[in-house]
Design a protein around this ligand. Structure first.
Ligand code: HEC
Ligand code: HEC
Ligand code: HEC
Ligand code: HEC
Ligand code: HEC
Ligand code: HEC
Length: 327
């Protein structure tokens, strides 16, 4: 009898636990409720990456030149391989010498040239890279045309640093330390908890998720500007006060797993109040990107890329595509 009661009790506790979990999925928080934002306010005079790297040359310096964030936009001179491939492409002969910067480094590349202060013109031609990092094929290269507005209107906020959303100009090309660590002051050398993402300040799931989501959500829109990127987001801000996101896409099986697991994770944190896992439970930005994800507890997010049950050795194939990034 006693044993039966115990079993019954255990079963009831389990049912209560499961339904609480179910309810938690349905409970919806207002994602804009906490914190503040800097939409429309002036951009601060932040420390630049060169200044940071003067002191952080031994810890961060060695890997930074290879980091996808830092080099998402890079001058032609630092990428000899790409420059050579560009010069070899017959259809781009007329414009090749005008190209000053490359955009994208892992699977897709676009071509840029300066177009006034803090602006780039974007060439319509697109290159696709193979797994060896070399150009596999060009698209839209037959009639190369420069577009002077497109980069500012559609791309700047996530591929350059400190964009003034009114003028649509950037302070620096590529993604500087400021985009993730925020407006760091020299006081942090005495007290590292002043810097976002320092060892002492990486547990605030909502704020950290806002930091990564400012760029990694590619179906959002700023309420104040209508642009597809945030208005003057500074690390520590609540992204969702000014950035509108369609979270229902997280359930869309047609969305590629690369973008879907991000949307799911952001939704879990921003709408359901989950504080684990976050992007940085699974990703190292300055280290080997996703090795540590293997140790995260198995939940629904795993099923975006692995089978819901059984061996985790099986990985569902997916290729990342984005109408916003035009690939
Ligand atoms: C004048 C030198 C100096 C400059 C400039 C500087 N830092 Fe630091 N930083 C330090 C020192 C010293 C520490 C504390 C010791 C340590 O952990 O390396 C530190 C710590 C940190 C930490 C925390 C490390 C941890 O262990 O948790 C982060 C993150 C950081 N700095 C980022 C930056 C960023 C981003 C910039 C530029 C915006 C920057 N630092 C500029 C010297 C500097
Ligand atoms: C300011 C915009 C921006 C922010 C903030 C940002 N990312 Fe990224 N991230 C990018 C862009 C752009 C790329 C692709 C760069 C390329 O290939 O040209 C990228 C690439 C990546 C990649 C794939 C490349 C790799 O190294 O494996 C990962 C993973 C990633 N980001 C994780 C994060 C995480 C985690 C955060 C938050 C701590 C974050 N990102 C914050 C814009 C951003
Ligand atoms: C809301 C932020 C955002 C905007 C706006 C944006 N991108 Fe991106 N872009 C990203 C992120 C994040 C990645 C990395 C995504 C990944 O690999 O999963 C990326 C990656 C890329 C890549 C590299 C992909 C690769 O795999 O090598 C190219 C090229 C690119 N974007 C071009 C563009 C162009 C062109 C525009 C404007 C027409 C644009 N993007 C607008 C966030 C953005
Ligand atoms: C895309 C977001 C992003 C950018 C850009 C970025 N960081 Fe970080 N940084 C992180 C995250 C996330 C961590 C936490 C550890 C990790 O993921 O590697 C971190 C950790 C650090 C640390 C502490 C390292 C430790 O031992 O834990 C330092 C120092 C640092 N970053 C400096 C810099 C400097 C300097 C730059 C610019 C050159 C920079 N970061 C650019 C996201 C970023
Ligand atoms: C449960 C662990 C986990 C969480 C949480 C997670 N990721 Fe990932 N993510 C992964 C793994 C694993 C990959 C695949 C890496 C690979 O292909 O080597 C990945 C891939 C990516 C990619 C690369 C897509 C591509 O192939 O171009 C980006 C960018 C990314 N994640 C960003 C994020 C951001 C931003 C967050 C937070 C909103 C996040 N991830 C949350 C595990 C996670
Ligand atoms: C965005 C896609 C993505 C997500 C989400 C993801 N994984 Fe993975 N997983 C991968 C990829 C790609 C690999 C192979 C490369 C690697 O190991 O990083 C992998 C490999 C693994 C491995 C090593 C398998 C082996 O070869 O032995 C384990 C274990 C694992 N994942 C567990 C998890 C767990 C647990 C979760 C959920 C918390 C998860 N993964 C979520 C993409 C993903």
């Amino acid at each position: 009898m006693k044993l039966k009661t115990a079993v019954l009790l255990a079963a009831m506790v389990m049912i209560a636990f499961i339904s609480a979990g179910g309810q938690q999925d349905q409970k919806r928080l207002d994602p804009a409720a906490w914190g503040e934002n800097h939409a429309g306010k002036p951009i601060p005079e932040y420390l630049t990456g060169d200044e940071c790297l003067f002191c952080h040359r031994n810890d961060i310096g060695p890997t930074w030149p290879k980091n996808a964030h830092g080099k998402t936009v890079r001058p032609r001179e630092v990428d000899a391989g790409m420059a050579e491939a560009l010069e070899k492409e017959p259809s781009l002969k007329a414009v090749a010498s005008e190209v000053e910067y490359f955009l994208g480094s892992r699977n897709h590349v676009r071509l840029l040239k300066k177009a006034g202060y803090g602006k780039f013109a974007l060439l319509n031609a697109r290159a696709m890279l193979g797994s060896d990092g070399h150009i596999q094929k060009w698209s839209d290269a037959e009639k190369p045309v420069w577009d002077k507005e497109r980069f500012a209107d559609r791309c700047a906020g996530c591929h350059t640093t400190a964009v003034d959303a009114a003028a649509k100009t950037f302070r620096a090309f590529g993604l500087d330390c400021y985009t993730c660590h925020g407006n760091v002051t020299l006081d942090h050398t005495e007290n590292t908890s002043l810097v976002w993402l320092s060892k002492k300040r990486r547990r605030d799931a909502k704020a950290i998720t806002s930091i990564c989501a400012q760029c990694h959500i590619r179906n959002g829109k700023s309420r104040s500007t209508g642009l597809p990127y945030p208005n003057n987001f500074i690390a520590g801000d609540n992204l969702f006060q000014d950035f509108e996101v369609d979270f229902s896409k997280a359930d869309d099986r047609d969305l590629n797993a690369g973008d879907r697991h991000i949307l799911r994770n952001v939704r879990d944190v921003a709408l359901s109040g989950s504080d684990y896992p976050t992007c940085i439970t699974c990703h190292d930005v300055h280290g080997p990107s996703s090795v540590k994800h293997r140790r995260a507890p198995r939940t629904q997010i795993c099923a975006d890329c692995h089978n819901a049950e059984g061996s985790l050795k099986e990985i569902k194939r997916y290729s990342v595509k984005s109408p916003l990034c035009e690939y």
